[in-house]
Design a protein around this ligand. Structure first.
Ligand SMILES: O=P(O)(O)OP(=O)(O)OP(=O)(O)OC[C@H]1O[C@@H](n2cnc3c(O)ncnc32)[C@H](O)[C@@H]1O
Ligand SMILES: [Mg+2]
Length: 172
């Protein structure tokens, strides 16, 4: 049995990993891992660092074979502020794999509040008058009419992580 650890207890993230891995081959533990970056990452680089830090923390803390970190952030571009999401998978052999998730621009009303220093999670709850968006459909779900919800977006990221790791095993 391969031992995996995911560095979050957010159900949208844990469910994504559970959906992708084969539970007959890989056991999964979820823990709240330090991201080591701001609560609201504001670039791809900062979001990637958060994902890698969570993955490394999880690997070490659980003495696992693989650690997975999933981190959300936003990126400011010439075309507006986009949501971004990154994942990292680290192995006890010292390999690190990363993969990025789908991104869409946020409405100006949301972007303005982010630029003023608020966090996306609370902004979304306030904007939609709903709780727990970040554990459920997410900003990506709200603004895509739920055609892509947060867990599905993370499933895609986790598939790209696990797939890169599998490919490295095959070639080892
Ligand atoms: O418990 P953790 O794992 O921390 O789960 P979380 O929902 O707080 O998720 P992250 O810390 O990875 O990311 C939070 C950031 O992700 C971004 N994000 C994207 N979609 C979001 C959503 O629907 N709700 C909240 N944050 C979202 C936003 O930039 C947040 O500041
Ligand atoms: Mg968080």
């Amino acid at each position: 049995m391969i031992k995996a650890a995911i560095g979050s207890e957010n159900s949208a993230k844990v469910k994504a990993v559970e959906d992708v891995i084969d539970s007959r081959l890989i056991s999964l533990t979820a823990l709240n891992a330090e991201s080591g970056v701001a609560e609201q990452p504001f670039s791809d680089e900062e979001t990637i660092s958060g994902a890698i830090n969570r993955a490394a923390f999880s690997l070490e803390h659980e003495n696992a074979d693989i650690g997975i970190g999933l981190e959300g952030g936003v990126v400011e571009t010439d075309r507006g502020v986009f949501v971004c999401n990154w994942g990292a998978l680290v192995t006890k052999e010292g390999d690190t794999f990363i993969a990025g998730g789908a991104r869409i621009p946020l409405p100006a009303a949301v972007a303005d509040r982010l630029l003023a220093g608020e966090e996306l999670g609370p902004i979304m709850e306030n904007y939609t008058k709903k709780n727990n968006i970040r554990k459920e459909e997410g900003a990506i779900g709200v603004f895509t009419n739920e055609r892509i919800v947060r867990s599905e977006m993370f499933v895609h990221v986790v598939k790209m992580l696990i797939g890169q790791w599998e490919y490295s095993q095959v070639r080892r």
